[in-house]
Design a protein around this ligand. Structure first.
Ligand code: HEM
Length: 501
């Protein structure tokens, strides 16, 4: 017995020593890697790179995007080069048109981007280039353009607003409590994009139910994937993935759960039947039979359509609470157009010019996708004369572009919906080309969900503004963003909600 115990202790000791040794070795290799990376980057001594590396920009700017916007406004070409990141960043509309349209083939997403999101998105449209992208693009634009898919989406959004969002706000109003608007809009947009994409309801906005496992796993997987992009070099997260260490281990587990739950969704859809349905998964199932490919396609749609809409809505209500005069003008228009208390139809929403102007003005100043990168395949020269060496990351920056006086004039920093209106009746006009206002990207890969997302945001904005007063808790004038793929308010957006009619 004592002998057995002694042997057991020996085995345990050996195992502990091996674990300790592996941990020390991993830790040392990782530290060495960081050291090598840091010294490799130390070669660039320009003030922008120094400021980036020692984070001294944080003394003057709340967000990295604000610092970039400042640098771009002061650059004679409206383009800067962050050498340590091998990243050219531009707010020059000619450059944007060149990379997104004229010489599109030389600026794909590239391997660097697709490997960051590859584990989560696989071969989905958001992450694909070449033939894989082409096939999904054709199919997706056909489906998203079809009137049955559109009216199905419109019905789903109205239903979610009427049966869940408004009753939820009502209960907050009755309890005289506060609510995290960002969280509510993320739940709302997850429900709607799942219903539109799969025809199934995760009921995230029903607060009496536990948070959907799918939404939680998807959230974790997207935020951990986005964290990869903040590493100074991809070698850092790749080494962690190899060692199955820290955030990479968490990411592997979260993606594993997303895979299982997405697989269940696909099986359920097949079991319930798909031939006469108007959700995107059912439409794709008619031409794709491989479950892994179907999983990749729908996960890309979740990513594209969820956080973007939630981000747009969150910042819209943040701006409105600082601009009561805009709320009053929206209410005047809503009262003029809507005669009954029901959720306004698509046609009614389309006729609201002032609401359109307020929403576009919000997207100009706070685009949900703040910047977007491509990779240069061959050496190239951008229209402003900037040389882009093969392999360089080239980023266009909608956030900075919304704040350029060269594009919007000297009042570019003001939130002024009237800039989008013309004539005595204040008709909304699209002021700029997609390369001056690339909030939905532009050119060959322009966003396929633009109309759908505008319809969704307008439905929510009109319904909530009409029935509730919304006021932020605290008096922040500028948002502080958390790192991520889409603009997210760090710490959420706490608000008071009061019923008015
Ligand atoms: C305010 C809301 C939205 C904004 C600001 C937005 C913006 C964008 C941007 C900037 C891109 C280019 C991303 C890149 O290439 O890396 C994009 C692509 C895309 N968006 Fe949106 N989007 C929104 C909502 C939606 C919605 C609701 C859907 C779907 C239902 C959607 C579907 C797509 C798809 C499929 C692509 C990929 C297009 C391609 O690569 O060919 N988007 N969007």
């Amino acid at each position: 017995m004592a002998e057995d115990e002694g042997r057991l202790m020996e085995v345990v000791q050996v195992k502990v020593s091996i674990a300790f040794f592996s941990f020390t070795l991993s830790f040392l290799s990782f530290s060495l890697l960081l050291f090598v990376l840091r010294s490799k980057h130390a070669w660039c001594n320009c003030h922008v790179c120094k400021s980036y590396l020692n984070s001294s920009w944080t003394a003057d700017f709340a967000n990295l995007v604000d610092w970039y916007a400042h640098l771009l406004r002061h650059s004679p070409t409206q383009t800067i080069h962050i050498h340590v990141l091998n990243n050219i960043v531009t707010a020059n509309p000619d450059n944007v048109e060149y990379m997104l349209k004229t010489n599109f083939n030389n600026f794909p997403k590239g391997k660097a981007f697709s490997s960051i999101l590859g584990d989560l998105l696989g071969d989905g449209i958001f992450n694909a280039d070449g033939e894989l992208w082409n096939f999904q693009r054709k199919m997706a634009s056909l489906e998203l353009g079809s009137s049955s898919v559109r009216s199905n989406a419109s019905r789903i959004v109205s239903n979610e607003v009427r049966t869940r969002l408004l009753p939820l706000l009502d209960s907050v109003s009755a309890s005289r409590g506060t609510i995290d608007l960002q969280d509510i809009f993320r739940r709302f947009s997850f429900d709607t994009i799942c219903k539109i994409s799969f025809g199934l309801d995760p009921a995230c906005l029903d607060l009496s139910l536990p948070m959907s496992e799918f939404a939680a796993a998807f959230d974790l997987a997207t935020s951990l994937s986005a964290r990869r992009a903040t590493a100074t070099s991809p070698l850092v997260w790749k080494a962690k993935r190899l060692l199955d260490w820290g955030s990479e281990r968490e990411l592997r587990r979260a993606i594993g759960l997303v895979d299982v739950l997405a697989g269940e969704v696909i099986r359920q859809r097949r079991r319930l039947g798909f031939s006469s349905r108007d959700d995107l998964l059912s439409r794709f199932m008619a031409s794709v039979s491989d479950d892994k490919y179907l999983r990749d396609i729908v996960i890309s749609f979740l990513l594209a359509g969820r956080d973007t809409v939630a981000s747009g809505l969150t910042v819209f209500f943040f701006l409105l609470s600082n601009h009561p005069e805009v709320v009053s003008k929206m209410r005047e228009e809503i009262d003029r157009v809507c005669t009954s208390s029901s959720i306004p139809s698509y046609e009614k929403l389309r006729s609201m010019s002032y609401v359109d102007a307020a929403l576009y003005e919000c997207l100009r100043l706070y685009p949900p996708v703040q910047f977007d990168s491509k990779f240069c395949v061959d050496d190239d020269v951008l229209p402003d004369g900037t040389f882009a060496k093969k392999g360089t990351r080239v980023t266009y920056h909608p956030y900075a572009m919304g704040r350029m006086d060269t594009i919007w004039g000297s009042d570019c920093a003001s939130f002024r919906p009237e800039r989008w209106l013309r004539g005595h009746d204040g008709t909304f006009v699209m002021l700029k080309s997609p390369f001056e206002f690339p909030v939905f990207q532009g050119g060959t890969r322009v966003c396929l969900g633009k109309e759908m997302s505008l319809m969704e945001m307008k439905t929510v904005a009109v319904s909530v503004v009409r029935q509730f007063d919304v006021e932020m808790v605290g008096s922040a004038q500028l948002p502080k963003f958390a790192p991520g793929l889409t603009a997210t308010h760090g710490g959420g957006l706490s608000a008071w909600v009061r019923r008015r009619i």
